[in-house]
Design a protein around this ligand. Structure first.
Ligand code: LMR
Length: 487
């Protein structure tokens, strides 16, 4: 290999020791111009580019070149850091694919004085180092946060990611790194999403990486928005759905436990989200149980809209709406504690029958009605509700109000069974944490409805005992209750 320097040769051999699967054929290595790139780099960049050169020769490796977007894949199983990550892992892994930077020096035409050193883990333009000195003089930027999103190539994410990148979620002074998790099947679409993010030129979006291995993608994540899950197919039992999706959340919980920030906030959106959140939490014992959320904010927003419509007011006049329980047709939109213009809803809408029956059912089944219209699940409004849910945790809750989120029930003041994930009213100081609201009232109607949702979640929990480390699953759901989208 006459054109490769000694350092490169040594590193390539070291790589071979870490992964016996890789066989280096020097004659092939030197035919690709891409492999000349290590010559232009200081030694600290060499490991990744050495990986890149070898990866092309691996039989299991697939590669696509997009000359315009300047990226290429590397099998994550052959990165030099792989041996280090192995020590965290509890599950055997198959080789997976992740995007790595392949910006070559001749593609970068920067004026003298600008730092053009590529970053090792990145997508396309996000591989370049930003010079933030000029910005620092006029603005004060916060430390960049890492946000991981699963199901990143799906419809919900397609709305959500651009909101995250724009600053409307975490604020206009909060730089962000997006770590996008997809599947092998959706990988092309994931690349498309990353390319659109590049083309959007968001000043706050500092890094984008994409991959299909949660142990890679969740590394150092401070927020994990878990959207990806299988929809219930025709003829599929609810127990089967719980099992199939539960497996996904076992793996993702373990991955978060191994590699995410120790205080990562986890928002589970993939259905059945309450039980998926419980499974994820049980598989991540090193992350505080309090940090796991199941998204019920969409239901809260739907309830606010219906109350506003009925009362003939704009929906900003509706406050204190709680969704109790499961994100399913047993959920309880609480009109008893809700307010319109600060007045209890039953005093404004003097039609108890409508509140107990029509309103409640409308909220519980809104997802299904929407599917009938759209031919697919809600996506834009779900993304908006994820934004609302995060913002409720990172900004102080307005005085006297609260928001709903599905959280772990241990220590709850309402007498709801412990050890499930249940939607309840919360307040936040804006630090990402929350406390349960105590000034709520109950009547028999509300108690009975809450009990039904609680029973359902307790039954779901028994169905997934094999996934939460609590023994053998016994699945005896009281009735085939449904996700909001299944009606
Ligand atoms: C929704 O509430 O719109 C969704 O959870 C519906 C579904 O089942 O996907």
């Amino acid at each position: 290999m006459p054109f490769l320097n000694d350092d490169y040769k040594i590193r390539t051999r070291t790589l071979y020791l870490y992964s016996q699967k890789i066989h280096v054929n020097p004659s092939q290595v030197k035919t690709s111009p891409l492999h000349l790139f290590p010559l232009f780099l200081p030694p600290k960049f060499l490991p990744n580019f050495a990986s890149m050169a070898v990866a092309e020769l691996s039989p299991a490796y697939t590669r696509t070149d997009f000359s315009n977007s300047r990226f290429s894949y590397v099998s994550s199983s052959i990165r030099l850091s792989y041996h280090r990550r192995l020590s965290y892992r509890q599950l055997p892994r198959t080789p997976t694919t992740a995007i790595r930077c392949s910006v070559t020096s001749d593609q970068i035409q920067a004026p003298v004085g600008i730092d053009t050193k590529p970053k090792p883990d990145c997508f396309g333009v996000f591989c370049l180092t930003y010079d933030l000195k000029a910005e620092d003089e006029t603005k004060s930027w916060k430390k960049m946060i890492n946000v991981a999103v699963s199901g990143a190539a799906g419809m919900i994410s397609n709305h959500l990611l651009f909101k995250l990148a724009s600053g409307e979620v975490f604020g206009p002074d909060q730089p962000i790194a997006l770590k996008l998790l997809g599947s092998e099947r959706s990988f092309g679409a994931l690349e498309g999403v990353a390319m659109e993010l590049e083309d959007s030129l968001y000043p706050l979006l500092r890094e984008v990486s994409i991959g299909i291995d949660p142990y890679e993608v969740f590394e150092d994540a401070e927020w994990a928005l878990l959207i990806g899950a299988k929809p219930r197919g025709p003829g599929m039992e609810r127990a089967e759905l719980l099992d199939i999706n539960g497996q996904i959340f076992v793996e993702q919980g373990k991955a978060l436990n191994a590699v995410a920030s120790r205080n990562v906030k986890v928002m589970v959106v993939g259905n059945p989200c309450n039980t998926n959140a419980l499974i994820c939490m049980k598989n991540a014992p090193n992350i505080p149980a309090k940090n796991f959320h199941a998204l019920t904010r969409l239901d809260e927003n739907r309830a606010k809209c219906q109350l506003a419509l009925k009362a003939g007011v704009f929906y900003d006049k509706v406050s204190n709406v709680t969704i109790w329980g499961n994100h399913s047709t047993t959920q309880v939109p609480d009109f008893l504690n809700a307010k319109i213009h600060g007045i209890p809803v039953p005093e404004v809408i003097r039609d108890r029958k409508w509140l107990e029956e029509d309103f409640t059912k409308m909220v519980q089944t809104r997802g299904g009605v929407l599917i009938k219209k759209w031919g697919r699940s809600s996506a834009a409004s779900t993304a908006v509700s994820i934004v609302d849910a995060i913002r409720s945790l990172v900004t102080p809750t307005p005085e006297g109000d609260w928001f709903s989120t599905g959280v772990y029930t241990n220590g709850n003041p309402y007498g709801i069974a412990e050890d499930i994930v249940f939607s309840m009213p919360c307040r936040s100081k804006g630090d990402g944490d929350y406390e349960l609201v105590t000034d709520v009232i109950f009547d028999d109607y509300l108690r009975n409805r809450i009990k039904k949702s609680e029973d359902e979640l307790l039954a779901e929990k028994k169905c997934v005992a094999h996934l939460t480390g609590e023994g053998i699953a016994v699945c005896d759901l009281p009735e085939d209750t449904m996700l909001p989208g299944e009606v």
